[in-house]
Ligand binder design. Structure first.
Ligand code: SF4
Ligand code: SF4
Length: 316
């Protein structure tokens, strides 16, 4: 491919970009962001804060770019020139002190819940541990550690101590972002997202569905762009929930990777709730704490009658 990695300004990326879709501004398109990053890299003084901070980091643009431009790298370069002191100090609080707790036998399997569910998802952790312990006979829960992606969102790098994971054959996660990151850092097959765990142990999960209502599922960007495609997600959920599972038509990013300036992320998340409403289900299952927080925040703001639950919590 001629000029691979170089933007030829074809505009294909604009059609899939959620922020361009909302405001139709060139500086909020992937192409516009790449252009700004190129100027900044060349030392030209331009105002890029709004453009860089509003990007959802959803990667939809990279999927369609015929030149395989590393669009996110350009945007993260811009983010690295900005400062997010409050958000970074909150993140540092979430990972203060790594803790390992054993449940059951020593099976060589670890559960990596990530920085958000470690701190704010006790019920998710308890439910996931119950299933994992039954399947493997025992697991080690590793808390207070971050996969690194949240730091990159705010322009900083963070490398966790990979040595702590070296003693395990298999790492389980309940966060699509952790799965996406860890698969690339320590090996695709050594890391299993909770959806993959369900897929491998369908018999176990199928028998334990504890929910009577119809359910739908929010497709996290980090799951369907790098862990498994949407077709596989739907097939797994159809097997486990049968006709109770009604898929949403659209795959909409929740916008959590942005700074929600002018409520752009909220305006994207309300479309997830509208799409869920069309399915006729009142339970939205998620597989990512960031999506969970963002959609729940918008649901509360708009008083919409949904329950939003991590998928690990609906198996009794
Ligand atoms: S980033 Fe890729 S898809 Fe977008 S305008 Fe440039 S070459 Fe085209
Ligand atoms: S990552 Fe998503 S929001 Fe950001 S430029 Fe690409 S398509 Fe647009």
């Amino acid at each position: 491919m001629a000029y691979e990695g170089i933007c030829v300004k074809c505009g294909k990326c604009k059609g899939v970009c959620p922020t361009y879709g909302i405001l139709k501004r060139e500086d909020l398109s992937p192409r516009g962001r790449v252009h700004l990053a190129t100027l900044v890299r060349d030392g030209i003084d331009v105002d890029f804060e709004y453009s860089a901070s509003t990007c959802f980091l959803c990667s939809a643009c990279e999927e369609v770019c015929p030149q395989r431009v590393k669009i996110l790298d350009h945007i993260l370069l811009l983010r690295s020139r900005l400062s997010y002191p409050v958000k970074l100090s909150v993140l540092k609080l979430l990972i203060s002190g790594t803790r390992v707790t054993s449940f059951g036998l020593n099976s060589g399997v670890a559960f990596f819940p990530g920085c958000i569910y470690s701190n704010m998802g006790k019920y998710v952790l308890e439910s996931a541990i119950a299933s994992m312990k039954f399947i493997f006979g025992g697991i080690d829960l590793i808390e207070g550690i971050c996969c690194g992606f949240p730091f990159r969102i705010y322009g900083k790098s963070y490398e966790f101590d990979a040595g702590i994971l070296d003693r395990y054959n298999l790492i389980l996660t309940v966060c699509a972002t952790c799965s996406h990151e860890l698969k690339r850092k320590i090996g695709f097959d050594r890391v299993l997202d909770f959806l993959e765990l369900i897929d491998r142990h369908r018999d176990y999960f199928e028998k334990r569905v504890s929910i009577k209502d119809k359910v739908t599922f929010h497709y996290p960007c980090h799951l369907i762009r790098g862990v498994m495609d949407r077709g596989r997600v739907d097939r797994i959920l159809k097997v486990v929930f049968r006709d109770k599972f009604i898929p949403m038509k659209e795959e909409i990013c929740c916008g959590f990777g942005s700074s929600n300036i002018d409520n752009l992320a909220d305006r994207a998340s309300i479309n997830i709730l509208k799409s869920a409403m069309v399915t006729g289900s009142n339970v939205i299952l998620v597989d990512c704490p960031s999506c969970h927080l963002e959609i729940e925040k918008v649901r509360l703001k708009n008083s919409m009658p949904f329950t939003i639950s991590h998928i690990a919590t609906v198996f009794g």
